[in-house]
Design a protein around this ligand. Structure first.
Ligand code: SF4
Length: 602
């Protein structure tokens, strides 16, 4: 069967995503003809051009002129905007954005003319490693995405800090996806879909990894449903969280997709293709959500394929020279789900079971990627790699004489010793992204991150890694339920005092997610009320606590961060992303990274 797999925007455009490569591997192995389109990278390459932005400006101002009478009416008569139809409200707010563009014509024209050079710099093997050039280039790109976001308000385009697009209410999603003027993705798909569909695929799978892809993916699915007779299916573990929403929404399927595959998709997708060939009954396709006799049906979930049985991801059709870094960093996986699974805020374990690949299999994957693509840089996407596995993997890499550099995610535990870091460094480990979360002992304990509750015990591990030549990057979380201002400041102080051995994410605010273990024992976390959103695909719940920071204190914390972290400077950084950090550590080494930290905004 002719299959087309699509990875939609928006996702970070720095390397090929693993999920579609894995599905492509499965379908190819079964003898299907499989095309793959990384529309995420194609999207950025199409819209980040002077031609596209120039045309978008012209188009936006034409619409502005057509609506000028109503705009004046709102302004002059000071009528309440809310009394106008929703589509006009959006037009009006977009015009406010356009006025900003009008007032900054020189900035806009400079950004547009500097854009092609900026894109070349970030892909250039020498210029990328000059922190000033790289920062300047990424700033131009960031300004270009801001301009596009204004022209297509409420679309939000962002290269590095991708945020959600709008509300996840189903009615609002329907409106946003079909809003030709305010949905940049609609304009982009109109440009590229005729060419993409020329091969007449019979099955189209859209791989949806995160909320940031929800509107672009649904817009795409909606347009494909109108333009092709192919079976359109959306996969990814996002929808596994919303079966209760989907069961009452047959309209979702007539508008957006013929079917949804929830949770792990490898086995279901191959069964679905067999079903389309008439070889299997639809009721027997596992993990499938679809409509039959006007009713939404949800087929049973089946045990997923073991990670060690999966064929090698197939990157053959990926546009490896079009990502926005000078080196391709290949995503690779040794395990599925997390071996710890106990952190009380975490929902990463939703929809998949823990499984691990043997070291020999992983080494085989690495060797094949090296033979085929001359791959040198690797990102192990596992939720967390255990110290024991890192040791075994490193020994094997050294034994086989493989020349590679890699980075991993880790949970701070005492088994990460200096011996392991020294061994792993020899094997090519250069960066660990740690779930550090909080320096405060009480909060860390409430999070159930593990036995190293004191920040000093965790600092020892960071220091051992650093001394072995491995850079540390810490993920931080603020405003965990019941966290006081003083407790939060303790984390800020820790980060400030350890800047020489670790960088950190700027510290997101805690979000109460559906399925988070916290929901099972609210009292323990001083949560007095939870307001669950179940009207659409919302992902966070509102909650109240009897203990913790007030809004005023949270503002004070932000101020404290500014003072202690020089956050103004950090906010200005447009060129921080983990792939760049990794490549810089590979190039310069941890000691030099410490010296360069002000230049590269660590
Ligand atoms: S936060 Fe990380 S270590 Fe903790 S359960 Fe989630 S994936 Fe595992």
């Amino acid at each position: 069967m002719k299959c087309l797999l699509i990875f939609p925007p928006q996702w970070i455009p720095f390397n090929p995503h693993l999920a579609p490569a894995a599905i492509q591997g499965i379908l190819s192995e079964q003898g299907h003809s499989v095309d793959y389109a990384d529309l995420n990278i194609s999207f950025y390459n199409s819209v980040l051009t002077p031609n596209f932005i120039g045309k978008s400006i012209e188009r936006a101002f034409n619409i502005y002129n057509q609506n000028i009478v109503n705009v004046k009416k709102v302004r002059e008569q000071k009528e309440n905007l809310k009394e106008f139809p929703v589509d006009f409200q959006r037009i009006y707010l977009r015009f406010k954005e356009l006025e900003k563009i009008n007032a900054n014509k020189q900035f806009v024209s400079e950004t547009i003319s500097n854009l092609p050079a900026a894109v070349n710099i970030v892909r250039d093997k020498e210029q990328f490693y000059n922190p000033y050039n790289a920062d300047k280039a990424f700033t131009v790109i960031k300004n270009a995405t801001d301009i596009l976001s204004s022209l297509y308000y409420p679309s939000k385009i962002n290269f590095l800090n991708i945020t959600a697009q709008s509300s996840y209410d189903i009615e609002e999603l329907k409106f946003t996806c079909a809003d030709k003027e305010g949905n940049l993705f609609y304009t982009y798909y109109e440009m590229i879909l005729p060419q993409l569909l020329k091969s007449n695929p019979e099955f189209i799978g859209i791989s949806l990894g995160d909320y940031t892809q929800l509107i672009p993916a649904l817009t795409l699915a909606m347009m494909l449903k109108k333009m092709t007779k192919a079976h359109v299916s959306i996969g990814g573990n996002l929808f596994g969280r919303y079966t209760d929403v989907l069961i009452n929404n047959p309209e979702f399927f007539s508008l957006f997709a013929d079917s949804i595959i929830y949770n792990e998709g490898e086995k279901p997708i191959s069964e679905l293709v067999k079903q389309l060939e008439g070889k299997v009954k639809i009721e027997d396709v596992p993990n499938l959500i679809y409509v039959k006799d006007n009713q939404v049906k949800i087929n049973k979930e089946q045990e997923p394929m073991k990670i060690s049985e999966l064929p090698q991801p197939d990157f053959t059709h990926f546009p490896l020279n079009l990502y926005y870094t000078p080196e391709v960093i290949f995503n690779i996986q040794t395990s599925r789900n997390c071996y710890w699974k106990k952190c009380t805020f975490c929902t990463h374990h939703h929809g998949s079971k823990y499984g691990i690949k043997t070291v020999d299999k992983v080494i085989n994957d690495i060797k094949r990627l090296q033979e085929k693509f001359n791959a040198k840089y690797f990102h192990f996407v596992d939720e967390a790699m255990s110290p024991a596995y890192l040791k075994k993997l490193s020994e094997k890499i050294i034994e086989e004489g493989i020349d590679m550099k890699f980075y991993i995610y880790g949970r701070l535990e005492k088994e990460f010793t200096s011996d392991i870091f020294e061994l792993a460094y020899k094997a090519g480990l250069r960066l660990v992204m740690w779930g550090f979360e909080s320096a405060n002992e009480r909060i860390y304990t409430l999070m159930n991150k593990g036995e190293l509750t004191s920040s000093e015990s965790r600092r020892k591990i960071l220091l051992d890694a650093y001394n072995a030549g491995v850079w540390n990057h810490l993920f931080i979380m603020f405003a965990f339920p019941s966290e006081s201002l003083e407790e939060a400041k303790e984390t800020v102080d820790f980060l400030r005092d350890n800047r020489n051995i670790a960088s950190h994410s700027t510290g997101g605010k805690f979000v109460l997610l559906e399925d988070a273990p916290i929901l099972k024992n609210l009292k323990k976390y001083y949560i007095t009320k939870v307001e669950k959103f179940r009207s659409g695909f919302s992902f966070a719940h509102k909650f109240e606590t009897s203990r913790g920071m007030s809004d005023e204190e949270f503002k004070e914390l932000e101020k404290y961060k500014v003072e202690q972290w020089r956050m103004n400077e950090l906010k200005c950084r447009n060129s921080w992303f983990r792939e760049k950090l990794f490549l810089y550590v590979c190039k310069y080494g941890t000691q030099n990274i410490t010296k360069m930290k002000d230049e590269i905004w660590l």
